[in-house]
Design a protein around this ligand. Structure first.
Ligand code: AMP
Ligand code: ZN
Ligand code: FE
Ligand code: FE
Length: 291
């Protein structure tokens, strides 16, 4: 009888959405590259929030281990409702305009973090920004707040920290002021990269509104849609892939691996439990960037 467990080895495995200690992941860039190699990945992109500070280290580590590496970054885009995350791939990390975008994001994130600390303090929960800064590296994000709540014994897990405090519609949900999409896409293009909408379901739009949003973004020169994200249900990912292909977008896939702060996302895996096929890289980013 045919053994289905062997099907995964037919294609090469990749991951195009991952986080390190340069933002809210728990592995260093070198550790993540090593894990990718040990897991059998052939291509890895690192997409830290508002930061490319892990890219040089990861790129060197990947070169040593013979892994195809794609530099990336994940931005917050301003929207009234839900969360709009934009992935940039293949950018020249020394590009000046691109770095000034990163500076703006960092400033906005710092402001949000300070505000979030005040909100917690006002509620009698002692989270001081100095303490977070001392404990964690890179861009501080909500997963760090959730970790800290766990250390204070207020929640039992990072996920509980989100579910009760930090997630959308919870009392301590506070978004970072985002960038303007019309301004960001040209900067990514000028820095030699491509722009991909991350986990579209976090926009919290109905399917018909999402379709209209995709068309609007196409007109603004968005290049691709991340149809498969580790945090999105497989049935929704399939529908996103179909919609994105119909509209002529590049289609990408990534686990959104964060290490211990997001234990549900496994490096190299889709949300249906199968491995991420390399065609999500070779037919999209690789072609677009001629890597
Ligand atoms: P931030 O950029 O600080 O607003 O934090 C965003 C990060 O928080 C995302 O990349 C996820 O890792 C994590 N996150 C957001 N919403 C949730 C949720 N509902 N459950 C678990 N993690 C979440
Ligand atoms: Zn994150
Ligand atoms: Fe995201
Ligand atoms: Fe992410």
């Amino acid at each position: 009888m045919y053994n289905f467990r062997h099907r995964a080895s037919i294609y090469a495995v990749i991951d195009l959405h991952t986080h390190t200690t340069a933002s809210d992941g728990t592995l260093t860039p070198t550790e993540l590259v090593q894990l990718a190699k040990n897991t059998g990945l052939t291509t890895l992109a690192i997409t830290d929030h508002d930061s490319v500070s892990g890219i040089s280290e990861a790129s060197a580590a990947a070169k040593k281990l013979g892994l195809q590496f794609v530099p990336g970054c994940e931005f917050n885009i301003e929207v009234d409702f839900g969360e709009f995350h934009l992935l940039a791939y293949g950018i020249d990390i020394l590009n000046e305009q691109f770095n000034s975008l990163l500076q703006t994001c960092t400033k906005n994130r710092e402001m949000r973090n300070e505000q979030l600390c005040s909100m917690f303090q006002n509620a009698g929960i002692p989270i001081r920004y100095e303490d977070l800064r001392q404990k964690y590296t890179g861009q501080i994000g909500r997963p760090h707040f959730a970790l800290f709540l766990k250390e204070l014994g207020i929640v039992k897990s990072v996920q509980e920290g989100f579910d009760k405090y930090l997630a959308f519609r919870q009392p301590f949900y506070l978004k970072t002021k985002g960038l303007i999409i019309e301004e960001v896409i040209p900067v990514i293009h000028n820095a030699g990269g491509i722009a991909v909408l991350a986990h579209p379901m976090s926009l919290y739009l109905s399917w018909s509104k999402l379709g209209k949003k995709f068309l609007e973004l196409k007109a603004r020169e968005l290049d691709g849609i991340e149809a498969w994200n580790g945090g999105t249900k497989a049935s929704q990912c399939k529908r996103l892939e179909k919609l994105a292909r119909q509209m002529g977008f590049l289609v990408t896939a990534g686990s959104d691996f964060h290490g211990k702060t997001k234990s549900l996302s496994r490096l190299g895996y889709k949300s249906d439990g199968t491995k991420i096929e390399d065609r999500y890289y070779t037919d999209s980013i690789q072609k677009a960037l001629s890597i």
